[in-house]
Design a protein around this ligand. Structure first.
Ligand code: IMP
Ligand code: MG
Length: 186
């Protein structure tokens, strides 16, 4: 990968979801989740690394109830913009989720393969409940059915970056969701 010092904003074609929209929607999600889990005496958020780290940080602060967090590293992409289809756990949870109310926090659902795999894997550990929350959803790209309980935004079939999401491990630090200029992919 060639890294240069050119500003990342120069690579952006347009902003799809800006900072204010992200903030507003995440506050809504936090409130919805708080209400839905009002009767649960625990809540365990699992952040899917790397892409969901910024979403988890903001959602966790928008969730006004006690909860714990843990991290799971999965890899489904090579370096490009198309999923390889093969999902691999590259870092497992530190904690046991047996008997706990678990909510998976993901950045984006594309083919659905990553989450379908994670759901099977985590369900086998016998949590009290298991739900999925994704910031972004590309419904037109689904190849595998996954039941998604919380969705921040449905988006069109565009490869997006920013707010945790990368292209070739860059652009995660952009504070909004954006589409790159086509020449970046060539
Ligand atoms: P899936 O297994 O095809 O659903 O892909 C899910 C994973 O692919 C996500 O967790 C992301 O890491 C990555 N991904 C899918 N679409 C995009 C995108 O538009 N931008 C950045 N990463 C993406
Ligand atoms: Mg991801």
């Amino acid at each position: 990968m060639t890294q240069t010092n050119r500003p990342l904003v120069d690579d952006i074609a347009y902003v799809l979801i800006d900072e204010a929209e992200l903030k507003r929607r995440i506050e809504e999600l936090g409130e919805t989740i708080r209400t839905d889990y009002a009767g649960a005496d625990d809540l365990f958020l699992i952040c899917v690394l790397k892409g969901a780290y910024i979403f988890l940080a903001d959602l966790s602060r928008a969730l006004a109830r006690p909860h714990q967090v843990d991290f799971m590293g999965v890899s489904s992409y090579g370096g490009g913009t198309k999923s390889s289809g093969a999902v691999q756990i590259i870092m497992d949870l530190k904690e046991d989720i047996g008997g706990r109310h678990v909510l998976i926090i993901e950045d984006i659902i594309d083919s659905g393969r990553t989450l379908a795999y994670m759901q099977r894997n985590l369900a086998a550990r016998r949590p009290a409940s298991l739900r999925i929350c994704t910031l972004l959803n590309k419904p037109s790209r689904r190849e595998v059915e996954v039941p998604v309980d919380y969705i921040g935004f449905d988006i069109p079939d565009e490869f997006v970056v920013g707010y945790g999401l990368d292209y070739d491990q860059l652009y995660r630090n952009l504070p909004y969701i954006a589409v790159l200029k086509p020449q970046i992919f060539s």
